[in-house]
Design a protein around this ligand. Structure first.
Ligand code: 2HA
Ligand code: ZN
Length: 284
């Protein structure tokens, strides 16, 4: 390389901003810390992926510099060229804020649709979450419904999982019991909660099943495991999971003793007042 190329490269680096100060890195740090402290993400539990804007990422990284490539093991052709920030496999949410570059990675889906190009992070040689199939397939489902969709968030909130042990695997029944326990619920998730039966996690099969549910729901419960929330931003995905979990807590605390659940007439009134359309077939 000539001296001019060297100079250009140095100049390019100089104007680039510090990625650790990027809002999307900081938001991942804040969110994972929050989720850990809420008790939703023990050990290496949970994972988050967020679709990033290429122009914004280019303010921090040279998009021509691929650190290494990692095969994904499935076809994500619908996402070729898209860039995501993703939590790392085996990494603890409680540690992300202290070492984002090891615990997070920024990947771009390569032209073959089955390879991830690492642009930043996973500094210890690590890789993305084992639940990448569920994340990317869910992104594809949600983007088809809402081009503004950005975030897929997975977590193990305690009361939601507890509710699985006492409630049939029936998304209308599960949704109804939540709506009946807290007036906020029908307003926050009128579209209800999708449910998968207990399945082996980390596989393409659960990824495909999750993505299928995501064609209809922003929230999908994995029976005996946890929940997925999606949204246009971190607040929406987090707020959905937070509202389900709080409501599941109310449900579990009153289990067997409830004498004042919210009547369907009131649920219909709430839907009308807040101008939302409840999932069909839940209210009588
Ligand atoms: O990343 O939550 O579902 C750990 C998990 C697997
Ligand atoms: Zn999990």
């Amino acid at each position: 390389m000539g001296i001019m190329d060297d100079l250009k490269k140095t100049a390019g680096k100089l104007v680039r901003k510090n990625i650790l100060e990027a809002p999307f890195v900081q938001e991942m740090c804040r969110t994972t810390a929050n989720m850990y402290r809420l008790g939703w993400d023990e050990r290496n539990g949970g994972n988050i992926s967020c679709l990033l804007d290429e122009k914004e990422v280019a303010e921090y990284l040279d998009l021509n510099e691929v650190i290494r490539t990692i095969p994904t093991g499935f076809d994500a052709s619908a996402l070729i060229g898209r860039i995501f920030i993703v939590t790392g496999t085996g990494k603890y949410f409680k540690n992300v804020e202290y070492d984002p570059e090891t615990n997070l990675g920024i990947i771009r889906i390569a032209k073959d649709g089955t390879t991830a190009e690492l642009l930043w992070g996973y500094k210890d040689g690590g890789r993305f979450t084992s639940e990448l199939p569920a994340h990317l397939m869910s992104h594809i489902s949600r983007l088809a419904i809402d081009p503004a969709h950005r975030v897929v968030m997975h977590s193990h909130p305690t009361y939601t999982i507890a509710m699985n042990t006492v409630c049939p695997i029936d998304e209308k029944e599960f949704t109804h019991r939540l709506w009946q326990s807290n007036t906020e619920s029908i307003v926050v998730f009128p579209d209800g909660v999708g449910i998968l039966p207990c399945m082996v996690c980390g596989t393409n099969e659960i990824g495909e099943a999750t993505a299928e549910k995501m064609k209809k729901f922003r929230l999908v419960v994995w029976t005996n495991h946890g929940i997925y929330g999606t949204g246009r931003d971190m607040d929406e995905a987090f707020g959905l999971i937070e509202t389900v979990e709080k409501t599941a807590q109310i449900y579990m605390l009153s289990l067997g003793h409830a004498v004042n659940v919210i009547p369907d007439e009131i649920l219909k009134g709430l839907a009308k007042r807040f101008d939302v359309t409840p999932l069909e077939g839940v209210l009588k």
